[in-house]
Write a protein that binds this ligand. Structure first.
Ligand SMILES: [Zn+2]
Length: 248
């Protein structure tokens, strides 16, 4: 995480305000451009920046510029409360790119496999029902065993789609992973629009692996953190459903 901050301060200097949105793993930052040596009437700027570099997505996006900090600050605060990612093309690209998907898979495959085991279809259904019940998900999803879809790397994957879970492999890990998608898609912590394998998802995944596979929390958090899957650790106070602000 430290590396991320060094990079940010190098690129932008000291920003006036910064907020982190875990749903789409990005910052909204406000800058005084005069302090950064940029001349011009539009002294202040609001800029979006994803936490991770994403191929085919510009590194930053200027949201607004203005001569008055007061009016931009209102925009900044408004974004923290009312921001609609689905009507924002730049954030839409970030969400669609799902940049840490492969990293999340790799983390599960590298660190959690010792706890994995095969399940019967009945056991997988029971587990999904338990998770659904604990998260007030109604109607209950259908759970089926299928061939699975194949991604661009030839990996067979399970899916949560249209409220139902298709398992390519009847294993504890596949069942828990798809259950985490089910929980987030039903609105717990994440909005309906979020980065599929972003920080909000990985935190939920960790919680489910802990409860349903008995994997130690500290082990998962430290390994996921080492792989930069958890968002920005310096922002941990949830201020609105969408954003996290720096705690004092
Ligand atoms: Zn997934």
């Amino acid at each position: 995480m430290a590396a991320v901050h060094i990079e940010l301060s190098k690129e932008f200097g000291k920003c006036l305000e910064r907020v982190f949105f875990p749903d789409f793993d990005s910052y909204l930052m406000a800058f005084d451009r005069k302090k950064m040596g940029v001349e011009g009437n539009e002294r202040f700027a609001l800029i979006w920046k994803p936490r991770k570099t994403i191929e085919d997505v510009p590194k930053t996006h200027i949201e607004a510029v203005g001569a008055e900090w007061k009016s931009l600050r209102l925009k900044f605060l408004n974004a923290c409360i009312n921001f609609e990612p689905n009507s924002h093309p730049y954030i839409g690209k970030i969400i669609d790119s799902d940049v840490q998907r492969q990293d999340a898979y790799d983390w599960e495959d590298s660190f959690l496999v010792p706890w994995d085991r095969k399940l019967g279809l009945g056991e997988a259904r029971d587990l999904v029902r338990k998770v659904a019940y604990h998260h007030n998900i109604d109607p209950l999803p259908k759970v089926s065993k299928g061939k699975g879809e194949v991604d661009e790397n030839g990996k067979i994957f399970s899916e949560y789609v249209d409220g139902n879970i298709h398992l390519a492999n009847l294993t504890l890990m596949h069942t828990i992973h798809e259950s985490a998608h089910m929980v987030i898609a039903n609105g717990e912590y994440g909005d309906e629009l979020y980065t599929s394998h972003g920080p909000v998802f990985v935190w939920k995944l960790i919680s489910l692996y802990h409860h349903y596979a008995n994997i130690p929390l500290d082990y998962m958090i430290s390994t996921a953190r080492d792989h930069e899957l958890l968002g920005d650790f310096s922002y941990h106070k949830m201020s609105t459903p969408k954003s996290m602000v720096r705690s004092p």
